[in-house]
Design a protein around this ligand. Sequence first.
Ligand code: PEP
Length: 247
Amino acid sequence: MMRRKLVAGNWKMHGLKADLGEVRAISAAMPDNVDAALCVPFTLIASAVEAAGDMLIGAQDVHEADKGAHTGCISAGMLIEAGAGLTLVGHSERRADQHETDAQVKAKAEAAHRAGLMVILCVGETLEERDSGRAEAVVTAQVAASLPAGAHGMWLALAYEPVWAIGTGRTPTEGDVAAMHGAIRAKLRELIGGEAESMRILYGGSVNAANASALLGCADVDGALVGGASLTADKFVPIIEAAAALG
Ligand code: PEP
């Protein structure tokens, strides 16, 4: 099945109104045959939506409850009201720093979908798990335990992000990327049958202009989730263009 590539940026805890020019420049360069998105801090969503034109603006997290006594948290309905069209869930930095579990990640994805958001659900192994030969088992177990009910490629994408590749400049070999994406696809087939073919599986971890074509060209790689290299148009646009060239 032909899956349209999705290239999403994760600005993490970067981005003030002074940076909206980058949002404008990225959206102006968006090709027709690729989906592009930027996941910005909560505080920047509304103004990034205004700057982004047709490009999708997303959040980096959402709370699993629709409302309630959760000081400092943001619900899916609030994200929708701010103009967001998607959210990340289960990023490894949140799994590590905020101790998010697979069950919580699943509940967050379900809450986001209920409110009408697209979701990018992140999974990935640590270096210790890879070195001990457990990478595929760990990642496919994360997929099984965090996949939301009713998972469908219309609103859900997965992002395979090896924890040791995030922000380090290190990437897995193309063979390892293809093998992991194949294992994730196989697990999805087991879990949701034919719907697995519609689901985009993004690769994330130190993607840049120099390695984007090779990583995006791997079997079963349907796009990229990009951190550091998404902060400026001069670094992010070449990655989007590499995806566009692959169709
Ligand atoms: C990320 O944080 O999702 C990410 C992939 O970061 P980087 O591209 O900087 O490795």
